[in-house]
Write a protein that binds this ligand. Sequence first.
Ligand SMILES: N[C@@H](CCC(=O)N[C@@H](CS)C(=O)NCC(=O)O)C(=O)O
Length: 271
Amino acid sequence: MLTLYEFGNSVCCQKVRLTLSLKNLEWQSVQVNLFKSEQYEEKYLKLNPKGVVPTLVHDNRSVVESTLICEYLDDIYPTPKLTPQDPYLKSQMRIWSKLVDEGLHEGISEISFSAMFREKMKNMTPAEREVRLRNVGDQKRYDRFQSTFEKGVESPFVGYAIQAYDRAFVLLESALSHDQPWILGQELTLADVNLIPYVARLHFLDLLNVWLEDQAHIKKWWTRVQGLPQFHQSILQPMKAIEIQEMQHYGQLIAPQIKARLEAFRTGVKF
Ligand SMILES: N[C@@H](CCC(=O)N[C@@H](CS)C(=O)NCC(=O)O)C(=O)O
């Protein structure tokens, strides 16, 4: 039995759900409510010492890190195979995973946080907020959340996020420009799967067009992604209409500031 510890629309959980869905696997969900700081409860930390979702439990063993969970699933359930056979292409797939894990993940957390979760955190008591900020004692995470909580879009961490997305979109447009449907060629791979939730979140926040103007290849890829039944099943369907409305609403409120910071970055202003 596969059990996924997850929370609602968290991007890294969507990545794993998309993989499960592409492989048509049966699994059960255990919700870990991040707003109630359940990810820091002792019982959960035994499964995932960083106190984050997702965690996959399979055969009584836990697998953490969404990218590694997807690779694990691809090894155990190889149909359809989402990793290229060719070693060079496999290395390219992992470059995309790294780009997501080392830039976009922190990036989308900061953008989402500055748009929405910051507002929710304002309604917490100082004690509840401190538990959330203190997390598992990870000082960097503390500093990021604290900075974005105080400064919103003007936090340097949101600046890094804007920059990370801009660089990723330049690479994506170039990768897709070789007359191919998916990032690595004719087949959908974990390079696409890993990236999809991170583009989807910008789309739901109504911020995608801040970066995308005339990137024709990315636009075609994004239309293709949205046509996948598994995208509906794993990302769209689990969302409530109110959540989609909220994302759009809060995203639109920060769009002018994000746009101004992106323009500043593109014209060489340092963050
Ligand atoms: N590198 C980890 C990142 C996990 C992560 O940051 N998860 C977020 C949700 S997308 C989380 O649980 N945040 C809770 C917190 O920071 O307290 C992965 O890909 O699994």
